[in-house]
Design a protein around this ligand. Structure first.
Ligand code: NAP
Length: 290
């Protein structure tokens, strides 16, 4: 993606994080580590934006209050609708977690959640269900929000069947190009989950502070042949992920994805080469080693 920007230095960027709530986010730590390690200094500002104020936040971004934004729960779909152009994953997903403001005040929306998720799976080594020599893996994604759609869009060309699970499957189908979508009570769900290789938990259920919640998926449907990824990283291990681990599944939390999606986003705001700097800084300073 080519975004015209000349007036600001790469090391002098003001980036907003739009979300509601924001208490769970640890993105600020990543950019602090980048600066500590001698990388570009990003003025990264969490901005709690209630849904009814999202349009006003977009206008502030267009007006130049920030050079770009990260977008998190629950605004990713509206971020995609607000952008003047979208990268292919954001267009397929109908969800953007990154906005880049060009010098002419236009906004480009990108989805780094999907590529970040795929890159994060590399931490699983031989258990990575997407590794080149692995058989095509089918995937079930719990939820149909911004992150679920980004992951589905990124998985579409790399895996076998990708199925989403939603409380409103009919609406979810019409609102996205991701399909099929099953309801939580659909009688096909048990078989679909049992036969899948990859199960992705992409709802906020279990996220701090509501750490006792879990998606309504019986853990007995999971077993040692599954790779289960919960996109949540606060708490480090959700109730759902702990139950999957107890059933013998290979498990991964949302931290590797968080680092990877931020590295991809940084490259869009600050230019090529900055993503590896962020990954190195986080690894060197041990951020996330909870
Ligand atoms: P979102 O756009 O608000 O979507 C969340 C989806 O979860 C909703 O669309 C909904 O799907 C489902 N959901 C919400 N409440 C539910 C409930 N009570 N029961 C069943 N399903 C429910 O949020 P998001 O941006 O996709 O984020 C989802 C989660 O992923 C959050 O916890 C977020 O922190 C995490 N995340 C992590 C990373 C990372 O880098 N690790 C990146 C992105 C997101 P339906 O309406 O279809 O039922």
């Amino acid at each position: 993606m080519n975004v015209a920007r000349s007036s600001r230095e790469r090391s002098d960027l003001r980036i907003a994080l739009f979300g509601h709530p924001l208490g769970h986010s640890r993105s600020t730590e990543l950019f602090a580590a980048l600066a500590t390690a001698g990388g570009p200094r990003i003025d990264y500002q969490p901005v709690d934006i209630a849904p009814q104020r999202f349009a006003a936040a977009i206008e502030r971004l267009r007006a130049g209050e920030w050079d770009g934004a990260n977008v998190t729960i629950p605004h990713k779909r509206r971020a995609a609708e607000s952008a003047d152009a979208l990268d292919p994953i954001a267009a397929t997903a109908g969800a953007a977690n990154v906005l880049v403001r060009a010098d002419d005040a236009t906004l480009v929306g990108a989805n780094t959640d999907g590529p970040g998720f795929v890159a994060g799976l590399n931490t699983l080594g031989d258990d990575n269900p997407l590794r080149e020599d692995a058989p095509a893996a089918s995937a079930v994604i719990l939820g149909s929000g911004g992150a679920a759609r980004g992951v589905a869009a990124a998985l579409a060309s790399r895996t076998g069947r990708v199925v989403l699970v939603s409380r409103n499957p009919d609406q979810a189908v019409s609102a996205s190009r991701c399909r099929p979508v099953l309801g939580w009570n659909d009688r096909r769900l048990e078989r679909t989950v049992r036969e899948a290789r990859l199960v992705v938990q992409a709802t906020p259920l279990g996220m701090a502070p509501r750490v006792t919640e879990a998606p309504p998926l019986p853990p007995q449907w999971l077993g040692p042949h599954h790779v289960v990824v919960d996109l949540i990283y606060a708490p480090w291990e959700t109730v759902f992920l702990a139950a999957a681990r107890a059933r013998g599944a290979v498990v991964l939390n949302g931290w590797p994805m968080l680092v990877e999606q931020a590295a991809f986003a940084l490259e869009l705001w600050a230019g090529a080469g900055t993503g590896p700097q962020l990954r190195d800084a986080v690894a060197r300073l041990g951020v996330g080693n909870d």
